[in-house]
Design a protein around this ligand. Structure first.
Ligand code: APR
Length: 316
């Protein structure tokens, strides 16, 4: 019986067992999305976190296996990888400052994933996000549907939280959409935000909406400023789990993700945050919504920023 259960369960490998990796392991186990393997270069950390979580299973009521490792063999035949390996930001740093260090790390991770699980799907979280996702695509040679970046779900969740706080309504009733690159040039789209179907503009002044847009843009930096020793981890982990669930359960969720564009929104050959359908096939479809001139300009500016980083790595 135990053996049969193991065979039918998904296998999720988390590369990087730091703040986000550890939180991901907990959330994935609690939702019983699959067996979890944690991998990190710091020996003892993935093993320790996995064992600690395993010992909480009788209290958390979850029946999944958790394993920690300093090598990739344990990840063999994973259905899904979530990659956080790399350095996080410190105060005063932008996500772009991580480019050089994290490039070398992501290259190594990509080599190992293609060797051990050539048919897997990969969610990238390592920053600078859109560029690291493009690097992962190039280095693995996977189909573009199988390599997706986590940014929009987090940025949208931040926007929704601020709207709910401002209005004193449930976060459940607020929907929103944030597109573009994961950085200062992200493109929150208040026009596509509503509260139980009622447009945001019916409740909040333009000035208030602009404030929320600005706070969303700086939300990651606000957390870095408070934590001082690293960047946000609860909300990035929760956002990636939302995506993981959509893929593993083939939910066909419509979520904003960093996806490889080949003509959509007039963009060719770059990763950028757009609404997509996320299911068992990975990024199954990119959804093209109508943008007004100001929104198109903001998206173009965001693309220019991502392009400048991609060009530094000579990825195109
Ligand atoms: N292989 C595996 N793990 C690695 C490697 C590698 N080559 N290099 C570094 N790591 C591990 C580190 O040892 C560390 O445990 O990645 C982990 C990163 O964890 P944290 O430093 O706690 O950072 P975290 O907050 O989890 O953020 C990770 O996500 O949001 C982004 O900007 C953030 O790029 C950063 C990443």
């Amino acid at each position: 019986m135990g053996e049969n259960q193991r065979k039918t369960r998904h296998k999720v490998s988390l590369i990087g067992a730091g703040q986000i990796g550890g939180t991901l392991a907990l959330m994935i186990a609690q939702r019983e999305l699959g067996d979890v393997v944690l991998v990190d270069i710091t020996d003892g950390i993935p093993q320790g976190k996995a064992l600690d979580l395993l010992e909480s299973a009788p209290l958390g009521d979850f029946d999944v296996q958790l394993k920690g490792s300093d090598g990739y063999e344990a990840t063999k035949d994973s259905d899904l990888y979530i990659v956080t390996a790399g350095l996080p930001r410190k105060p005063g740093m932008s996500r772009d400052d991580l480019l050089r260090t994290n490039t070398e790390i992501v290259k190594k991770v990509a080599e190992n994933i293609s060797q051990y699980s050539p048919h897997s799907t990969i969610i990238v979280i390592t920053n600078p996000l859109d560029v690291m996702t493009q690097l992962m695509l190039r280095m693995t040679g996977f189909s573009k549907k199988r390599v997706v970046g986590m940014a929009g779900v987090l940025d949208t969740s931040r926007f929704r939280s601020f709207v709910a706080m401002e209005m004193g309504v449930s976060v459940e009733d607020v929907t929103a959409l944030v597109m573009g690159g994961h950085g200062d040039s992200m493109v929150p789209l208040p026009r596509y935000c509503n509260v139980s179907g009622i447009p945001l503009t019916a409740f909040l002044s333009q000035e208030k909406i602009d404030e929320i847009v600005e706070r969303t843009r700086n939300a990651g930096t606000e957390i870095v400023g408070l934590l001082k020793s690293g960047s946000a981890y609860y909300s990035p982990a929760a956002a990636a789990v939302e995506m993981a669930e959509a893929i593993l359960k083939d939910k066909k969720r419509l979520l904003p993700c960093s996806a490889y564009l080949e003509g959509e929104y007039g963009i060719q050959g770059y990763y950028l945050g757009v609404p997509v359908i996320l299911g068992a096939g990975g990024v199954e479809r990119v959804i093209e919504v109508e943008l007004n001139d100001a929104e198109k300009r903001a998206l173009k500016k965001s693309l220019e920023h991502v392009k400048s980083l991609v060009d530094q790595l000579h990825l195109n």
